[in-house]
Design a protein around this ligand. Structure first.
Ligand SMILES: O=C(CO)COP(=O)(O)O
Length: 269
């Protein structure tokens, strides 16, 4: 049974829409999500909710969130390691900040694979996020072959050591880390709560080693990979899991709202 988590670790449910929904669909989704959560009298101080839409949707999301004073937070799915200049197609953290973004996803496995992002690139993007006062949601996770060899902890720890090189203690205090085993992403094959806990605990131990136990106790570590309303409560019951990075289920507003309301599932069962 999970022990109570430190108060600073407010659970975070973040919806990574990936390359789904144009800016009109984004507006509809955010409105539906807000209505559903409002109906349920969702306490955003108790469970934070964020959406991570494609870049082209961000201005519409900002207009809605600011105009209607919604409690949702939002962010980008990537950023350039550079502030400005001749980098065709890239997006500066400065632009994301100007659009009111709180978060930026860095080092998602789909970018590490599809865009050949190395640990060094990921580390440079983490620095860029801090320069622009964005909170990184730093992703890590092992492929199936690594898991089959039982090397998941070693692999994730190595990824994070590289990404955190140059991150000061002050910066690290605000980071969000997302453990997303690649074999569980978009496959419907969710990690067991014990699998998630094993790696999330190892991540917290690494933070304690690199910074301090107190700092590690306050950092939010999310799990991602086939999270649905039906499995989120068991994962959230794990001591070192402080939220979820949700892909497919986050583009269905009713399902995502239900994920955000995971505490209702606990009282219902
Ligand atoms: O990659 C993910 C979130 O960043 C997880 O995606 P799914 O929830 O679709 O498995």
């Amino acid at each position: 049974m999970a022990t109570a988590k430190p108060v600073g670790r407010i659970p975070l449910m973040a919806g990574n829409w990936k390359m789904n929904l144009d800016h009109l669909q984004a507006t509809h989704l955010v409105q539906k999500l807000d209505w559903t959560l409002r109906d349920a009298k969702h306490d955003y101080e108790a469970v934070e909710v964020a959406v991570l839409p494609p870049f082209t949707d961000l201005r519409s999301v900002q207009t809605l969130v600011e105009g209607d004073r919604l409690h949702l937070r939002y962010g980008g799915q990537d950023l350039s390691p550079h502030a400005s200049g001749a980098y065709t197609g890239d997006i500066s953290g400065a632009f994301l900040k100007k659009l009111g973004c709180t978060y930026v996803v860095i080092g998602h496995s789909e970018r590490r694979e599809g865009h050949h992002e190395t640990d060094e690139v990921v580390a440079a993007k983490v620095q860029a996020a801090y320069r622009h006062e964005l909170t990184p949601i730093l992703c890590c996770g092992e492929a199936l072959d690594v898991r089959k060899e039982g090397r998941q902890v070693e692999h994730v720890v190595a990824q994070l050591r590289a990404a955190l090189a140059g991150v000061s203690k002050e910066q690290a205090a605000s980071i969000v880390i997302a453990y997303e085993p690649i074999w569980a992403i978009g496959t419907g094959e969710v990690a067991t709560p014990d699998d998630a806990q094993e790696v999330c605990a190892a991540i917290r131990n690494l933070l304690a080693e690199l910074y301090s136990g107190d700092l590690a106790d306050g950092v939010r570590i999310l799990y991602g990979g086939s999270v649905k309303a039906a499995n989120v409560a068991a994962i959230m019951a794990q001591e070192d899991v402080d939220g979820a990075l949700v892909g497919g289920a986050s583009i269905d507003p009713a399902e995502f709202a239900s994920i955000c309301r995971y505490r209702d599932h606990l009282t219902a069962s």
